[in-house]
Design a protein around this ligand. Structure first.
Ligand SMILES: Nc1nc2c(ncn2[C@@H]2O[C@H](COP(=O)(O)OP(=O)(O)OP(=O)(O)O)[C@@H](O)[C@H]2O)c(=O)[nH]1
Ligand SMILES: [K+]
Ligand SMILES: [Mg+2]
Length: 356
């Protein structure tokens, strides 16, 4: 039996198993097996993962990948946002390679990649699914484009395709420490009470992966899927903005309903509707922050950046010659405040560095 058939079998079995406390263990093992076959499917031996026309150089402060079914308006949006022409037409698979464009927002240079549409089964290699997905993994965020005139099921279908290849959307990395050891058996240590994981299940899943010596430390109440993700590894946790296009084709009531969902915005690429909000939401989902120095116009950093990160982005040796910094903004109690290298910065802070 081929891997695809094995995957289909397990998916079928999971589908027909009722989900309750009694079947949780059985389902957990099935999920473990499923993740294992999917990982095998994605191994590089079935090459062509990159492919001609998909090897685009990373540039700018951040990279956004446009993912969606065919003809939802990805290329129309790229052309509008960036001025780079990417052919748009009313037939499917107009775009066949990866087309990069860029736009500036709040001082950040944001690269955005137009990609071919993906279809159901993309994760298993249908269409250009493999190539598109491997580009998506290199991005800092996913812009999932949807056609607001079509059924809401499309969003679930796309999410499932990305899930199947290990991309996790708007999810934080599970609080699990996992390390394979040379000997000593498996030590399983849940620091907080687990509602799904049991010692037995942890052992059995690890055995499926032929792991007999390991340390597992669980710092949060995690799901079985979280645990499998950590074991399989190679997961990509990315922010995702859901962009519903073609709102010129639906009623105000429908627009209003869609716009209320989390991480969601509504636009019309052809009608140039809501582009400023879209840019702002891309900025928010990229977790960028901008700080100002006296000399540089603005520095683009990632959320969680400290004074030290800022030093590094100004000059290679600045942190070594650092005495203290003065910071004005929301990250301080008084303005200015004298701070050290570990001080966390916030958006729109102003910083002045005093050298030794
Ligand atoms: N009504 C309406 N049509 C739009 C809008 N945006 C794009 N379109 C149309 O939708 C069709 C597909 O647009 P494309 O930009 O080629 O879509 P795509 O997602 O890049 O398609 P592929 O590259 O084939 O996957 C074109 O006929 C566009 O003119 C919109 O906001 N409203
Ligand atoms: K098209
Ligand atoms: Mg296109």
């Amino acid at each position: 039996m081929g891997i695809l058939e094995k995957i289909a079998d397990i998916e079928h079995e999971i589908g027909r198993t009722q989900k309750n406390k009694a079947t949780e263990h059985h389902l957990g093992l099935l999920k473990g097996k499923l993740a294992k076959y999917r990982a095998e499917l994605l191994e590089p031996k079935s090459s062509g993962a990159k492919g001609e026309g998909f090897d685009v150089l990373k540039s700018g402060d951040s990279r956004v990948a446009l993912i969606g079914f065919p003809s939802v308006g990805k290329s129309t949006l790229l052309s509008l946002l960036t001025g780079t022409k990417s052919e748009a037409a009313n037939y499917e698979f107009t775009t066949l390679t990866c087309i990069p464009g860029k736009f500036m927002y709040k001082g950040a240079n944001i690269q955005i990649l137009d990609l071919p549409g993906i279809i159901q089964g993309a994760s298993e290699g249908k269409g250009r699914g493999r190539q598109v997905i491997s580009v998506a993994r290199t991005a800092d965020m996913i812009l999932m484009m949807l056609d607001s005139t079509k059924s809401h099921a499309q969003r679930k279908l796309l999410e499932a395709e990305l899930e199947a290849v290990g991309i996790r959307l708007n999810k934080k990395i599970p609080e699990i420490y996992f390390k394979v050891k040379k000997g000593g058996g498996i030590s399983y240590n849940p620091i907080v009470k687990q509602s799904q994981l049991t010692e037995k299940l942890v052992f059995e899943i690890l055995h499926q992966y032929k792991i007999f010596n390991a340390e597992v430390l669980v710092r949060d109440d995690v799901t079985i899927d979280d645990f499998i993700d950590v074991i399989v590894g190679n997961r990509k946790y990315l922010p995702c903005l859901y962009v519903y296009n073609k709102i010129d084709q639906i009623t105000i009531e429908e627009v209003d309903k869609i716009a209320r969902e989390d991480h969601t915005i509504v636009i019309s690429a052809e009608g140039d509707l809501n582009m400023e909000t879209l840019k702002e939401q891309i900025w928010v989902h990229l977790n960028l922050l901008r700080v100002y120095t006296k000399k540089q116009s603005g520095l683009i950093l990632r959320s969680g950046a400290t004074v030290e990160t800022a030093c590094h982005s100004i000059h290679r040796t600045l942190a070594e010659n650092f005495r203290y910094a003065l910071v004005w903004g929301t990250s301080t109690k008084h303005n200015p405040q004298r701070v050290g290298l570990t001080h966390p910065l916030e958006n729109e802070d102003v910083i002045q560095i005093v050298k030794k």
